[in-house]
Design a protein around this ligand. Sequence first.
Ligand code: NAP
Ligand code: ZN
Length: 350
Amino acid sequence: MTIKVLGYAAHSPTASLVPYRFERRDPRADDVTIAIIYCGVCHSDLHTTHNDWGNTQYPVVPGHEIIGRVTAVGAKVTRFKVGDTVGVGCLVDSCQDCEPCEHGLEQYCKGAVLTYSAIDPKDGRVTKGGYSQAVVVNEKFVLHIPNGLDLKGAAPLLCAGITTYSPLRHWGVKQGSNVAVTGLGGLGHMGLKLAKAMGAEVTLFTRSPGKEKDALRLGADTVVLSSKPDEMKAVAGTFDLIIDTVPYVHDLNPYIPTLKVDGTLVLVGYLGPLDNALNTAPLVLERKAVAGSLIGGLPETQEMLDFCGEHGITADVEVIRMDAINEAYVRMRKSDVKYRFVIDMASLKD
Ligand code: NAP
Ligand code: ZN
């Protein structure tokens, strides 16, 4: 039996999000059906809604920071039962057969199916995300939410949390590491909290004067205004790792000198060509690297949730009604959110 749901969708790159009725697929034997309680609002939702990456399938129902309760499980589901509190992030399927999948790196599988605006090869339908009442997901792509975590603050862990946790782990951040995060938004504030919890010395690079106090509260030891050359100079040769969350094209050259020998700047925000050519000299001369990183695989996402459960880490959120989403997009574009909007799905009524 298909499940009829109400959601919010955009029908073109320039259209506002509006109420939209659609059907979820018939749950399969290995599917979990989830009533959505909260859904975080990621800058990727905005990029996809506006077709910034040129591959949006309209109508698009965004949302990949999903927290909900299990309302039904298929006959073959073993890891979940009705009533469990669960999460769904950016992925809802993958081939399960390739090298990345074998290593729990489903995000790098060529057959990975994103939670929204992707064609599901199993039925040819376009996936629809968490700005909706319910979702049907293969149990392999459903996550356990640790007891005791505030659910609205836990929603952004499913994307902002794992996207910053994964590079921190991959590049071996530990007690005493020196880490910088560029941009204090949804991803950036999670980066500060997680790096601090891993024992790192943490710096925020921001273009916004006025964020210092919050940054220190969120885990930064130092705040550097990236527009001030003297402040940038003062941190030359400091960082083992920089996680750059800035969503739009920007010049990377001023950040490279702030890396130590062997340091790495990891891009997680902007996807595309750079306006300013990257000067390779400091990379060659000091074995520095510029790299990228995409969300995280399923095992690492569960590890991150458990880490957040142990350390009591959640996002700082502003809860909104579903019908406030268009205003939230405008505010997010202006960085006017502290530090993640989360939609209360109870506000979405027939
Ligand atoms: P966000 O909440 O809007 O935060 C972005 C931050 O970047 C802003 O708060 C701002 O911080 C800084 N910024 C610098 N220049 C900016 C500009 N021209 N416009 C807007 N912000 C600017 O965004 P988010 O949800 O953290 O997402 C950040 C980026 O990561 C997006 O591009 C998103 O698509 C991407 N993303 C990637 C992955 C992945 O797997 N790699 C996963 C999720 C999201 P300051 O004011 O402190 O400078
Ligand atoms: Zn996201």
